[in-house]
Design a protein around this ligand. Sequence first.
Ligand code: SUG
Length: 454
Amino acid sequence: MSAREANFDGLVGPTHNYSGLSFGNVASQSNAASIANPKAAAKQGLRKMKSLAELGFLQGVLPPQERPSMRLLRSLGFTGSDHDMIRAAAAQEPALLAAASSASSMWVANAATVSPSPDTGDGRVHFTPASLSNKLHRAIEAPTTGRVLQAIFRDDRHFAFHAPLLGTPALGDEGAANHTRFCADYGMAGVEFFVYGRSEYRGDVAPKRFPARQTREASAAVARLHGLRANATVYAQQHPDAIDAGVFHNDVIAVGNRDVLFCHQGAFLDQRGTYDALSTALAQHGADLRIVEVPAELVSVQDAVSSYLFNSQLLTRADGGTLLVVPQECRDNARVSAYLDQLIAQKGPIDQVLVFDLRESMRNGGGPACLRLRVALTEAEAAAVNPATWINDASFAQLDAWIDRHYRDRLSDADLADPKLLDECRTALDELTGILKLGSVYDFQQDGQPAKAA
Ligand code: SUG
């Protein structure tokens, strides 16, 4: 069966800001309290989507979520009108208001784990929204994520949805950021690779400084839910030293596509054993794994974390060549930039590098790969996707104008206390669900509240 990989990028929401909410994510911590530009952020992301669509890649979009989350504030005991709750939270618990206001749903690599149909027990594409239980501001994403995904992948003959895992430390799940699929071809059964930071019940090695967000138990549960075959799943523990250096997801130190794995030499606790297990499993699925390992002497883990070299997208071009999509920060770092030049010159598995300015997202620790969710689709499955969510010239122009109409170009911590931000966000999202033909996916639409709450 022939199939293609689609990339669905998260559109940055109107409340994009720097609140320093993610302990263990160096960029989020170091840019705390700086001024954000939501309009520029949304346009940077949309431009990447448009460019990749123009190059012939299948590109979709996922909408932002309603923020601040009134559901969260109400569940924390704030009462009264929506504006009352925002004012009270701003006065009493500004950190909770910041958590309720984060635009973190833009990083859709954390939205869900997706297994394409050739890999799964029932031959459908399986989705498990990530519980993201390690961080309050992210744990509130899952219910809306599930609704949004089901409004896009809406034919249950092709698509199967699972509930997020329980939000408890033993089952920490961060979705596709810790999951990679290798295959000979997108339409053939492949090998699904799950990387975890710690195990709740096995093993004793864990990071000391920063949290390991993903557990082995969560990864294995997702694989079971999706009906993956035992000889087609490989598990590896992320190197705890990498997590302690700021690698809070595996996609900050490794990326794979088809038969190529591009990673740092310090990515996995058992680097050699991981390569062997992947090579063996992939060989049983018709391909030889090609590994591009970056040595620490050329690019340190610190350089990888600050440049996001591995938070790149590895895409297969129509001519079969491989494109690496990197953030501008990789060219700003002399060692990483030199490495990229050498990588292309050596004519190995990676043929081309494409650079994007994603600075607004990068300053919160979100690079090109964080911003996209990969879904390999057969022709019939692609035809069943909600067509309004594909990016083309017309949808780009509509979304670009929508951003112009609704987004601020400056947002500080203090601005989160402004209840008008909620009204602006709801008005924008109400219009967006019309553009993307999603129906009523947001709480404020389901509760029957008007877009402009008093
Ligand atoms: O979960 N940043 C996100 C970045 C997620 C990146 N995703 C992947 N690597 N796939 C996070 O740490 C920062 C928000 C703030 O600090 O306001 C934040 O949530």
